[in-house]
Design a protein around this ligand. Structure first.
Ligand code: PLP
Length: 369
């Protein structure tokens, strides 16, 4: 791997391919695979990631917001794209860019029918979300009759899929709850699609669902975090490969003595002769203040350097007193010697929040498979 000359997020497409194949192998051949590439593909780069996943054979994509779907379409992504969280103001854009909305409430469903009819659509593919216990988006069980009524009253749309989302698929202590969600999904789905003369795709499993409940894959699974290399489980993490490594370099090194302080609010107090290295990244790049004051650290020449004092907007200082290093040396923030989950946990958060937070001003460096 090349040495970093500035702050870069390296994206390893070989690792992405490995993770895709690992997850794919967990489910039966006939089951479709939807790759979740919302939030800039969890902070990586949605176009680069989606192109590779198309090449690997993914069947579907999902994004959260319409703008994310339009960005993929404008960059040549052709597979179907499910928009997980649309608002009625987005429906014209959705149709214009051949995106497929999640319709999760009566208001949203009626409103999409209105737009689709006004635009003379026939059998426009939509996805119906059922609430089975997460209590976030979706129709509740007693609303199934209304959904059927609305759908059967128009020829403007067609149910491409029916889906739901698990609340605690990674947590074995919640196994009974999860099995209950899966059973309720089966029941609600059956009521919803029994009279249709076609068969929508059915899906409920996210990454941890694929890993822990592969028999409940129905006809599609939706995976996000697993593709990026995280299993939400200490036993699964070693099977997957985090696709991104955040690297930077040392801009400046200075030596300080007892009585000196480092950074804003003088949060790091020097007690003995200390060497401090200054790095060109900060909370505006996605390394939040929560990691400061020694909670987390970086790796320089294979050794751990804790963050000294507060994280600034564009700068972090680290303590390199015991490390042989010089200005210009490479620094690994996470990845390589520091598993990103370990870094995230040091800040009291989870992989999802750490990786989706890496800002776009950090340049991406793609390492091909
Ligand atoms: C984000 C999201 C996913 C992906 O979940 P992972 O745990 O990252 O696999 C799947 N389904 C829905 C509805 C989501 O919002």
């Amino acid at each position: 791997m090349p040495e970093a000359k500035e702050t870069v997020l390296e994206i390893d497409l070989g690792a992405l391919a490995h993770n895709y194949r690992y997850l794919r192998a967990k489910i039966d051949d006939g089951v479709k695979f939807l790759s979740v590439v919302k939030a800039f593909a969890y902070g990586n780069d949605s176009v680069i990631i989606a192109r590779k996943l198309e090449e690997l054979g993914t069947d579907y994509f999902a994004v959260a917001y319409v703008e994310e779907g339009i960005h993929l379409r404008k960059n040549g992504i052709t597979k179907p794209i499910l928009v997980l969280h649309p608002q009625f103001t987005h429906f014209e854009d959705i149709i214009e860019h051949c995106l497929e909305p999640n319709l999760y409430s009566e208001k949203i469903l009626r409103s999409f029918v209105e737009t689709a009819e006004a635009k003379n659509q026939k059998n426009y593919p939509v996805h119906i979300k059922l609430n089975t216990g997460l209590n976030r988006l979706g129709f509740d069980h007693p609303e199934i009759g209304t959904v059927k009524e609305i759908i059967s009253s128009t020829s403007s749309l067609k149910i491409a899929s029916v889906f739901s989302h698990l609340a605690a698929s990674e947590d074995w202590k919640e196994r009974d709850f999860t099995v209950g969600q899966i059973d309720l999904f089966r029941k609600m789905t059956w009521e919803l699609i029994a009279d249709l003369d076609y068969e929508p795709i059915l899906h409920i499993c996210n990454t941890s669902g694929v890993i822990n409940y592969p028999k409940s894959a129905f006809s599609m699974v939706r995976s996000g975090i697993g593709l990026y290399g995280y299993g939400n489980d200490k036993n699964i993490d070693p099977e997957l490969r985090p696709i991104s490594t955040l690297k930077t370099i040392i801009s400046q090194i200075r030596s300080l003595d007892k009585g000196d302080t480092v950074g804003y609010n003088r949060a790091f107090k020097v007690e003995k002769p200390t060497r401090i290295a200054t790095l060109p990244l900060g909370h505006a790049d996605g390394i939040n203040r929560i990691y400061g004051k020694g909670k987390a650290g970086v790796f320089i020449n294979g050794q751990y350097a804790p963050i000294a004092g507060n994280v600034c907007m564009d700068i972090i200082m680290v303590d390199v007193t015991n490390i042989s290093c010089e200005e210009g040396d490479e620094v690994i923030v996470f990845g390589g010697p520091q598993h990103p989950v370990k870094f995230a946990e040091a800040g009291g958060t989870i992989s999802y929040e750490l990786i989706t937070g890496i800002q776009r001003r950090v340049s991406r460096l793609v390492i091909p498979e």
